[in-house]
Write a protein that binds this ligand. Structure first.
Ligand SMILES: [Zn+2]
Ligand SMILES: [Zn+2]
Length: 422
């Protein structure tokens, strides 16, 4: 075999793709229910956008981006996440000039040069929600409620919502100082990544996955004690709203998230065995940092591959109704079969015809293997009498119908199947 998919990428094949489609449909349904509209942005953006928004000292920007120069020497990057592009599009298309808030969702592939491991790919997929223009905790609650409803519909065995407040530019510096004075004497004990983080963003030591760092982080000062009055009130209000909506959560004082742009709310939906399946938070200064007017915003992103691993098998079962198969008994019936298929399809009934030139016996065998439940059989002799045979594969029953009754009969049977599938 000469060609293989690049390392860290994969094909999503028939048989598996149906679960993806179900998941996408489900996500869209919940977005619609909550009044979110889809936005589709390009797969690549100017590299500068990610440097500016995600932050130059994050792992994503420093180690993981797929960046390249195009033929006109533009510096471009395959998007490593969805928020930056959504902010860019929001500003560029003047969505801020429309009635606020703007409630947007996106879905699609993201790219990070990460070490491939189980459930992790270099081309991976995310669903995301972004809500622009609303500063109050109700906006955070709405993002969380949508996420909660969507995740609950997947019947994941165990998933916990973790919440924290990471403060704002008013109150974070004091915490940062306090954290630094706690960490500095421990500089020799933390992992090399964290030693480097000291200078740029000591908060990120708190969510380091290294065992030693976690132990040290457990004794660190807690951010909540440093929150300014408005940040504390925002966090309290969010907790009240979630209680009111009966959405369970735990406060995790060490949840700071990997990206630098978060303010106030940080959130993650965590599965004990898979880790985070969704994460996000409030980012009240990002729009401004990207050159826009001051605009509060809050969002969340879901890892699609992880959702698929976590989702209950039955929760994403496709209630698919197989196409009607049109079999041919004998030569020169292709034309007749295609014409009948066209009539069925024009009524919205999925139909397939024999394209491999198999014998009738071969076709019936194939129908059994592929799970077709209705087969129409066209034969030269029957057609000359204006008859078509209809076999119900589930009962083995076969009867002959006048050609002009075929469409109505199949339609009735189809409706019965679709109703029972629901
Ligand atoms: Zn604050
Ligand atoms: Zn560390």
């Amino acid at each position: 075999m000469k060609y293989k998919a690049p390392r860290g990428t994969r094909d999503i094949l028939p048989g598996e793709v149906e679960r993806w489609q179900q998941l996408e449909t489900r996500f869209r349904q919940y977005c619609t229910l909550y009044g979110f509209s889809e936005i589709r942005t390009p797969i690549f953006e100017h590299t500068e956008l990610f440097l500016r928004s995600v932050g130059e000292d994050t792992d994503i920007v420093s180690k993981e981006m797929y960046s390249f120069q195009d033929r006109s020497k533009r510096q471009l990057t395959l998007r490593p996440e969805g928020t930056a592009a959504t902010v860019r599009a929001y500003l560029e298309n003047n969505l801020s000039g429309q009635p606020q808030p703007s409630k947007l969702y996106y879905q699609g592939p993201m790219f990070r040069y990460d070490r491939p491991q189980a459930g992790r790919y270099r081309q991976f997929h995310q669903f995301g929600l972004e809500l622009f223009g609303a500063a109050g905790a109700a906006a955070d609650a709405e993002i969380i409620a949508l996420s909660h409803d969507f995740i609950r519909s997947l019947k994941i065995k165990e998933v916990n919502l973790e919440l924290n407040s990471v403060g704002c530019p008013d109150c974070r510096p004091a915490y940062r100082d306090s954290l630094l004075s706690y960490l500095e004497p421990l500089a020799e004990e933390v992992c090399p990544d964290c030693r480097r983080r000291f200078a740029v963003n000591p908060l990120r030591v708190l969510d380091c996955k290294d065992e030693k760092c976690r132990t040290l982080a457990a004794g660190a000062p807690v951010l909540e004690h440093f929150l300014c009055q408005p940040c504390a009130e925002h966090f309290n209000q969010l907790r009240r709203l979630l209680d009111r909506l009966a959405i369970p959560f735990t406060v995790n004082p060490r949840l700071v998230r990997g990206l630098d742009y978060y303010t106030r709310t940080a959130l993650e939906f965590v599965c004990p065995d898979l880790g985070s399946i969704a994460g996000g938070g409030r980012y009240d200064y990002l729009v401004e940092d990207c050159g826009g007017p001051p605009t509060p915003a809050v969002g969340v992103a879901f890892g699609v591959e992880r959702l698929l691993l976590a989702a209950d098998e039955a929760a994403l079962q496709q209630e698919a109704v197989p196409p009607v198969f049109i079999a041919t008994a004998g030569e020169n019936l292709e034309e007749e079969a295609l014409a009948l298929a066209a009539q069925l399809r024009s009524r919205g009934i999925a139909a397939e015809t024999e394209l491999m030139g198999r014998t009738l016996k071969g076709q019936m065998k194939q129908c059994g293997r592929k799970g077709y439940d209705l087969v129409l059989i066209l034969g030269q002799k029957e057609l000359s009498q204006d008859l078509v045979a209809l076999r119900d594969m589930r009962t083995g029953e076969q009867k002959e119908l006048p050609r002009k009754q075929v469409l109505d009969t199949v339609e009735q049977l189809r409706q019965a199947v679709e109703t029972s599938a629901r």
